[in-house]
Ligand binder design. Structure first.
Ligand SMILES: Cc1cc2nc3c(=O)[nH]c(=O)nc-3n(C[C@H](O)[C@H](O)[C@H](O)COP(=O)(O)OP(=O)(O)OC[C@H]3O[C@@H](n4cnc5c(N)ncnc54)[C@H](O)[C@@H]3O)c2cc1C
Length: 449
């Protein structure tokens, strides 16, 4: 009987546990979790804080009982401190700080990521929050309920910052987003970023771009914020959303090798450099299917897949991670914004000669009520015609996610831009057109050659 120990019980850790038990039910699986929320969907935190999900328990992918019914042991509120890979033991502390040791035959590290702390003075002041864990969301929720803040500043205009701008606006706060770069959501090109900025402003979110926050101070009940270019504002609540970094302290202590952006270096079988130790999720680097090299692209979709592979391989399997394309979608007020694959700068770095063509199309037949513009930026290689990536902004009801997923599927199979036209895509006037929007954008790309 294999003793499989997993450090971390979120997307990657629980996926690993479930798969290992499925492949070899005789495996004794134990998951060590630093908090008491196994398998909660932290992707849902903005929707809990907005009030759209009323009960935080609903964020659980599975309940504790459902996980244990699968034969998986849970050690909640236990924090792994060190790994002795020679003796195959992990030392951990419980909620009373008492140390325990557990032996393992196979180990999977799935400790995730933590928010980046930018170089800003005052990040520890009351009223300044980060958002990563269930505990973080309770802290923000309690602050809103107790102090009834009227205004918030969100530092960082990435997907988390924008989801929270939407959420806090729904909670009745006046929100300002301060972003260091010239446009919000820098995962898409500036022309699409401008559409998102306009959507935010239409919902009374003040967008300040090109400003780096430098300092936060307390002044009575308010927080004052200073930034580059004499930027100054005051508010009641601050949320810092400037990205994440892999949480690798336990791995580092065991001399496990780190790679891209300090994430744990893994093979495509999710093996670390040490025998019998695998790693998966936001704490590891990610194989990019197009760049054909490791990157750091922390996403819930990837964490689930990598966890499943680590779990299978830890009990004797030999599966490889097929690689990421960075496919993602986010909802901001009435917009859905999505991307997959490479943008121009990334494509150039990878040795392609990219051409990106932007098309604005209707998301379904214009004569059927509710049609909205869908903005698509399609990127292909000028030399070969190979499809390289796409970015989209459309209405939240405009099937943006389905469309980016069609392109992600085409990218996965390394199709040409022109071949998108041959796909047999579904059509009825309320949902699409006989030539679907991605096909029309492919035609525009080919026509511009
Ligand atoms: C607000 C928000 C919204 C998001 N939205 C999306 C989205 O829409 N789509 C998407 O694809 N991704 C989204 N993500 C990213 C996604 O949530 C992460 O990629 C995913 O949760 C990573 O899973 P993970 O298991 O690797 O790590 P985590 O979810 O970070 O979990 C780490 C686990 O390790 C435990 N842990 C850490 N250290 C120790 C230790 N020393 N000992 C024991 N346990 C430990 C933690 O308690 C936790 O259980 C979002 C993230 C956030 C914060």
């Amino acid at each position: 009987m294999t003793r499989l120990l997993i450090l971390g019980g979120s997307d990657a850790g629980i996926s690993a546990a479930l798969r290992a038990h499925e492949v070899d039910p005789s495996t004794q699986v134990a998951v060590v979790i630093a908090d008491s929320f196994p398998n909660y969907s932290i992707c849902g935190l903005p929707f809990y804080l907005s009030g759209e999900v009323a009960d935080f328990h609903d964020l659980a992918h599975r309940t504790e009982d459902e996980i244990m019914d699968e034969g998986i042991g849970l050690l909640l509120d236990h924090t792994a401190r060190s790994i002795d890979h020679v003796n195959h033991t992990v030392t951990m502390t419980d909620e009373t700080d008492v140390a325990h040791q557990i032996e393992y035959d196979q180990l999977i590290i799935a400790t995730g990521a933590v928010p980046l702390r930018p170089a800003i003075d005052g990040l520890d002041l009351p009223g300044v929050y980060f958002l990563r864990s269930m505990g973080d969301s309770f802290a923000v929720n309690d602050f809103i309920n107790v102090h009834e803040p009227r205004s918030a500043v969100i530092i960082g205009g990435g997907y988390l910052g924008l989801e929270m701008a939407d959420a806090l606006t729904r909670r009745g706060l006046n929100v300002t987003v301060v972003e260091r770069t010239p446009s919000v959501l820098k995962t898409v090109d500036a022309s699409l970023g401008a559409l998102i900025g306009a959507e935010l402003q239409q919902h009374n979110v003040n967008v300040v771009s090109g400003v780096a926050v430098e300092c936060i101070v307390h002044n009575g009940t308010q927080l004052e914020i200073m930034g580059t270019g004499d930027f100054y504002t005051a508010c009641d609540l601050i949320l810092v959303a400037t990205g994440v970094k892999p949480l690798t302290n336990v791995a580092q202590g065991a001399e496990i090798m780190l790679g891209q952006q300090g994430a744990i270096q893994v093979t495509r079988r999710m093996e670390t450099n040490l025998p019998d130790i695998y790693a998966a999720g936001d704490c590891v680097e990610t194989w990019h299917r197009f760049l054909e090299r490791p990157t750091y692209l922390p996403l819930g979709t990837t964490a689930h897949k990598q966890g499943r592979i680590a779990g299978e391989n830890a009990v004797g399997g030999s599966r490889e991670f097929a690689g990421t394309l960075g496919t993602q979608v986010v909802k901001v007020f009435d917009l859905a914004i999505a991307r997959t694959g490479l943008r121009d700068d990334e494509a150039i770095q990878a040795g392609y000669e990219p051409l990106t063509v932007e098309s604005t199309l209707w998301d379904h037949k214009r004569y059927y009520p509710g049609a909205h513009p869908l903005h698509i930026r399609l990127t292909g290689d000028l030399m070969t015609g190979q499809l390289l990536g796409a970015q989209m902004v459309g209405h939240a009801a405009g099937e943006v996610a389905k469309r980016i997923d069609s392109i992600a599927t085409a990218l996965f199979h390394k199709m040409n831009v022109e071949a998108l036209n041959e796909l047999d895509l579904s059509y009825t006037p309320p949902f699409s057109s006989p030539w679907g929007p991605i096909q029309m954008s492919a035609q525009a790309w080919v026509a511009s050659l």
